[in-house]
Design a protein around this ligand. Structure first.
Ligand code: SF4
Length: 318
């Protein structure tokens, strides 16, 4: 969770997730929709799936425990060299490195390295250098955490606080005017821009409940397996309303979105709003349209029928 989000932003998600899946067994047996719902709002949903797959491997092969060496951890889905090194060194005191962006930054500045560490060959060379500097097993956990923290708090991407840095008297960059120029940055590729029209179909069910038409996205690709609204109008249209615009940025693509609320007949694929709230994971890209749709339908239906049709609170909470 913390790899793509600020710690403060993920803490509530973390607590709720741990309550729902308190151990490896529980996670290994998690239902797909429940897992996606618990991950809602954190993005990069494939991480949640990898976490569950890793839990399943732990249950099948490691007596429902996390393996305790880097090499074994690397065999788990979703765990790469950095995570494996971090777990093995911090939790199990194995003498291995954990090289993330923070460590690359500190090393680049400390040794005045001008290589492009996005290049795998250079990165491997750096990892070797970091490995060579490692202390013994008794200090490895503190050492790796100290390097990460130094990069996260003192030697940060935009500001190198050399005056507060315990390494300043040994560091090759501490007397430079702009230590922040390192590490060498790679030019970011332009994100593709896509226009997207979102049609939120709604209907009123037999028991006067509000229904929305949602569908599951393909199992592979962007936002795989999550729920979304339609991109076309339904056959019968009673009324439409504008749901405004939303601009959503992913790592490689930007969606320039606009939304329309469409009143239509109920049918296949319609789900009561109260159920969507509990069990269907709607990604952040579609969330503004979902919330605006509910905010528009509720007063509309109050007006039409003169009575409350469903618990407005539950629909507006999310
Ligand atoms: S002295 Fe400055 S540049 Fe060097 S590691 Fe510390 S903060 Fe970074």
């Amino acid at each position: 969770m913390a790899q793509q989000t600020r710690i403060e932003a993920m803490l509530d998600h973390y607590s709720a997730f741990m309550k729902q899946f308190p151990d490896i067994e529980a996670l290994a047996h998690a239902d797909e929709d429940a897992l996606m719902k618990a991950w809602q709002g954190l993005g990069y949903y494939s991480r949640a799936r990898s976490l569950r797959k890793a839990a399943q491997v732990c249950v099948d092969q490691y007596e429902a425990k996390l393996p305790d060496t880097r090499d074994e951890l690397l065999k788990l889905p979703g765990i790469g060299p950095y995570t494996a090194g971090a777990i093995a060194s911090i939790a199990y005191n194995e003498r291995v490195a954990a090289v993330d962006g923070n460590v690359i930054r500190v090393y680049s500045r400390f040794y005045d390295l001008h290589d492009d560490f996005f290049d795998l060959k250079n990165r491997k060379k750096l990892e070797k250098k970091v490995e060579n500097d490692l202390p013994g097993t008794e200090d490895i956990s503190d050492w790796n955490q100290a390097l990460m923290e130094l990069g996260a708090r003192i030697c940060t991407p935009k500001i190198a606080r050399c005056e507060d840095c315990p390494l300043a008297s040994f560091c090759a960059s501490s007397t430079k005017a702009h230590p922040e120029e390192l590490p060498v940055k790679r030019k970011k590729a332009e994100r593709r821009k896509e226009e997207k029209h979102v049609y939120v179909w709604y209907a009123i069910g037999e028991n006067h409940e509000i229904l929305l038409h949602i569908r599951q996205r393909p199992k592979k690709g962007l936002l795989a397996g999550l729920y979304e609204f339609d991109e076309t109008l339904p056959e019968s249209v009673y009324e439409t309303q504008n749901l405004g615009e939303h601009h959503h940025v992913f790592s490689h693509v930007e969606w320039m979105m606009d939304g329309t609320l469409v009143h239509t007949d109920p049918g296949e694929g319609f789900v009561p709003v109260s159920r969507i709230d509990q069990t269907h994971s709607i990604p952040s890209a579609f969330m503004p349209f979902y919330q605006r749709a509910i905010a528009q339908i509720v007063p509309l239906e109050h007006e039409n029928r003169g009575k409350s049709l469903f618990s407005m609170d539950s629909a507006l909470e999310d």
